[in-house]
Design a binder for this molecule. Structure first.
Ligand code: PGA
Length: 249
């Protein structure tokens, strides 16, 4: 269960939220938990969470190691700040900051080279869904964003995919469990073909888009949904923790 805080929470609010999450009883045999705070919060989140099983992700990064890139953060800087993972290709990055799949491919490759696990986001817009282009778009995003790996036909170990239909993000409109399952199963088939059977079977595929305590169980009951990337509902301890503890029945 991955919390994407986006550009939210002050340092103090973040400290309070993390303290509550840290205190909560979470069965880490049943669930992996990860938080993605804004850059400026990363070092203090790392301090607060040290000694726990909760992992930390950056929300974005540049693909170069260093240089004249005003306003950017490098993969190594994320690692130094305590990140094990990095969210890449989020639809807000694609739409508001004009990130193309080629840029995202560079970032995925740089993350892997630095030892960060990418959480690669893909997903169609409402218009694309209405035009029945969902599978084409998802296939294209996968092909282009993972282009660097297609030659050797080996997907970096541990790479995580997040299917996030753009129309479901922050809108309160969750994809139905069936709609999400259909695309997740399509992604697994694509991985099987592009890489191999085991990659298709073993890759973690998260669903994201208006995940809440009241819809998590049904989503997690789908055979190809392994977890969730949670935005709005991850900003409050009670809603995030009830999503994290979805297994409690
Ligand atoms: P949301 O965001 O849960 O607020 O819809 C999810 C995301 O953008 O990762």
């Amino acid at each position: 269960m991955a919390a994407n805080w986006k550009m939210n929470l002050s340092l103090y609010e973040a400290g309070d939220l993390l303290t509550e999450i840290k205190k909560a009883e979470i069965d880490f045999n049943r669930v992996d938990v990860l938080v993605a705070p804004p850059f400026t919060t990363l070092p203090s989140a790392h301090n607060l969470l040290s000694g726990t099983a909760i992992q930390i992700a950056g929300q974005n990064m540049h693909w170069e190691e260093a240089g004249a890139f005003t306003g950017e953060v490098s993969p190594l800087m994320l690692k130094e700040a305590g990140c094990t993972h990095v969210i890449l290709g989020h639809s807000e990055r694609r739409a508001l900051f004009f990130e193309t799949s080629t840029i995202i491919n560079n970032k995925v490759a740089a993350a892997v080279n630095t030892g960060l696990i990418p959480i690669l986001c893909i997903g169609e817009s409402l218009q694309q869904r209405e035009e029945k282009k969902t599978f084409d778009i998802v296939r294209e995003q996968l092909q282009e964003s993972l282009h660097s790996f297609s030659q050797g036909a080996v997907l970096p170990e541990g790479l995580i995919l997040a299917y996030e239909p753009v129309w479901a993000i922050g809108t309160g409109k969750t994809a139905s469990p069936q709609q999400a399952q259909e695309v997740h199963s399509f992604i697994r088939d694509w991985l099987r073909e592009a890489f191999d059977k085991n990659t298709g079977r073993l890759t973690t595929i998260l669903y994201g888009g208006s995940v809440r305590p009241d819809n998590i169980k049904e989503l997690m009951a789908q055979p190809d949904i392994d977890g969730a990337l949670i935005g709005g509902a991850s900003l409050k301890a009670d809603s995030f923790l009830s999503i994290v503890r979805f297994y409690e029945g």
